[in-house]
Ligand binder design. Sequence first.
Ligand code: SF4
Length: 202
Amino acid sequence: MVTPATYLNTPAKKLGSHLEKLADLFDRMEAAYDRVAADYGFQCKGCEDNCCLTLFFHHTLLEYLYLYRGYVQLPAEERDRLHQAALQVNRELARSQENGETVRIMCPLNRDGSCTLYHYRPMICRLHGIPNEMRRPAGEAPTRGPGCGDFDRQCGDHPYIPFDRTPLYMEMAQLEKALREELSFNEKTRLTVAQMIAGFPA
Ligand code: SF4
C-alpha cells in the first residue's frame, strides 16, 4: 500500500519547489498570526495548558515531508532519541485509548519547552492559540474557533480581532493538491507528529 513513507526518498529536485512554496506560506501564516497576537497584546510564553500536549492530527503529505526535511538534518543520535521518544508516545497513547482514557501526552519534539524542529513544525502549531474564523459557502455564517486557555486568561475580555484562516487553508489545500498530483498520491493521511517521527528511519 502506498503511504506517506513511500515518498521519503523522493529526489529533492522533485520536491524542492513544493516545499519552498510551503515554507513561504508558513512564513506568511506566522506573520498573520503575529500581527493579530500583537494587536491583542497576547504573548505565548508556554503554559501548563501547553498546546504541545494536545492530540493534533495532521492531514497533508506536504507537512509530513517538510517535517522529514528537518528531521534528516539532525545528528543521528538526536534522530534516534526522537524516534525512541515517538515510539514511547505512541505506546502511551495506544494504552490510554484501549483503557478509554483521555490523556495529554507531550509531543516528542518538545524538549524543555522548545520545539526541536521549530522551523519545520506543522501548520496547526503555527496557528493555534488566538480566536479565528473560517468562511463558509455564500449565505452561511463563518465558523468561529476559540483561543487557547492562556489566551482567555490574558485577553479573554478583548473584543474579537478578525483572524480569517480561510485564505491560508485554501492555499495549503492548493499546494497539497499540486504535490499529490505530481506524486500520484491519493490516500488520506491522518497522523500525529509522534506517528510521523516513529515512521521516519531512526
Ligand atoms: S511539532 Fe513542535 S510546536 Fe508542534 S506540538 Fe510538537 S513540539 Fe509543539
